[in-house]
Design a protein around this ligand. Structure first.
Ligand SMILES: [Zn+2]
Ligand SMILES: [Zn+2]
Length: 409
């Protein structure tokens, strides 16, 4: 076929116009049977036998271990490399991630990288929100869709991780072991096997499944977009509560290399807290953070975009030209801030390079006095305070723009 005849964008094609791919029976039976037991078997047992607090405790502990292995392990560690982790923590995530039954780390993370790269594309994003809520929640796993076919060309780094490959090779036995063993151990210890198999076994699996699936579905439909409107991802505080902090999905899609999803101090992101506290124990390190200035820059850019849209809708309004003038002045200032920031970043890199060279020299000649700590420290402080000033200026600009958009509402 002549490539020129292909549509310019695959987003414009109708994906369901042809026959649907074959149903994947194993997944379909797994999702529906566990859901049926959770919806009917669990309440029935609760009414006829009652549950003990130990049953609920077991449920909660295994659920959190599952959920955090997906968010901190599968997602922020393996799919995005936002930090490094000790092998013991990686092993924990690999084991309890298998219990969550969402495929091996390798398959999950390579699919997720495709989701970020081709977000919303109906053919290349494995769980494109543009194909609807059902598809992005669970539909994409029920049929053999081409976008979900194994392709590890974007996951060479993961193929070098022995824990990832061990889990991938032994995935099915690990799924069985990690789904049954905790509930079985609790059941044998308390003499109440049925209760723990239902709560820590089945109900935990269903809750763990759907809370993670919410990130692909609801977090692309429902919420605000403070950082970017170039994709469907949303920030949603309520979803963050159920997803260990992954509800700040708009932030995550623009800054996927940040180990945090909820960046504001008040945002509920237990995954971020886990990664940070593990760093105090030496279990995680190299935690990646996006500089504050870049975050503010994204927010202010969105404010400009919205203010301009509002202004366009007020054509003919006597205040419109005054508002336009104000906006233009603000925009000039914004551009100046960005230029200053670039200059500071460059200066920062240069002092860093100079410091490394000086350290090398001092080491080579064993003459520590050659290395002028004082000058470097002074330069560092000067740049840092300039950076803080700029961050503050952007914050003030954001506030002025917020006030302006309110005024135009
Ligand atoms: Zn992600
Ligand atoms: Zn997403």
């Amino acid at each position: 076929m002549d490539p020129q005849q292909q549509p310019a964008s695959s987003q414009q094609r109708a994906p369901d116009s042809e026959a649907k791919p074959p149903l994947l029976w194993l997944q379909t039976i797994l999702f529906s049977s566990t859901l049926l037991i959770a919806a009917i078997g669990v309440p029935w047992y609760g009414i006829t036998h009652g549950f003990t607090w130990l049953g609920w405790l077991g449920f909660a502990v295994v659920l959190v271990a599952n959920g955090m292995s997906i968010t901190a392990g599968y997602h922020r560690l393996w799919a995005h490399n936002t930090y490094k982790a000790h092998w013991s923590l990686r092993l924990f995530f690999a084991l309890f991630g298998a219990a969550a039954t969402q495929n091996s780390i390798l398959i999950w993370a390579s699919g997720h990288r495709r989701h970020h790269r081709h977000v919303d594309d109906v053919e290349q994003d494995p769980y494109s929100a543009k194909r609807g809520l059902w598809f992005s929640h669970i539909g994409w796993m029920l049929r053999d869709y081409p976008a979900s076919a194994d392709d590890f060309s974007n996951a060479r780094d993961l193929q070098r991780d022995p824990i990832v490959m061990w889990q991938h090779r032994h995935y099915l036995p690990l799924v069985l072991l990690m789904n049954i063993a905790p509930a079985l151990a609790l059941g044998l210890a308390t003499g109440n096997l049925a209760e723990h198999l239902l709560l820590a076994g089945v109900l935990r699996l269903v809750v763990s499944h759907h809370t993670t699936f919410f990130i692909n579905s609801l977090a692309h439909f429902w919420g605000r977009r403070p950082y970017t409107d170039e994709n469907t991802a949303r920030d949603n505080d309520l979803l963050a509560l159920f997803t260990y902090g992954e509800g700040y999905h708009n932030y995550h899609h623009i800054f996927q290399n940040d180990y945090r999803n909820g960046v504001r101090w008040w945002q509920y992101d237990p995954t971020k807290w886990l990664i940070k506290s593990a760093s105090w124990l030496g279990l995680t390190w190299d935690l990646k953070k996006v500089p504050d200035f870049k975050i503010q820059r994204a927010v202010v850019s969105m404010h400009f975009k919205r203010a301009e849209q509002k202004l366009r809708n007020r054509k003919g309004d006597p205040d419109a030209s005054k508002l336009q003038e104000f906006l233009e002045q603000e925009y000039q200032q914004f551009r100046q801030h960005l230029q200053d920031w670039n200059a500071i970043s460059q200066g920062w890199m240069e002092t860093k390079k100079a410091r490394l060279a000086a350290q090398k020299e001092a080491l080579q000649h064993n003459l520590a006095e050659q290395y002028d700590h004082l000058h470097e420290a002074w330069e560092h402080t000067r740049l840092r305070s300039r950076l803080k000033e700029l961050e503050y200026a952007l914050k003030m600009q954001r506030k002025r723009l917020e006030a302006l958009t309110l005024q135009m509402a």
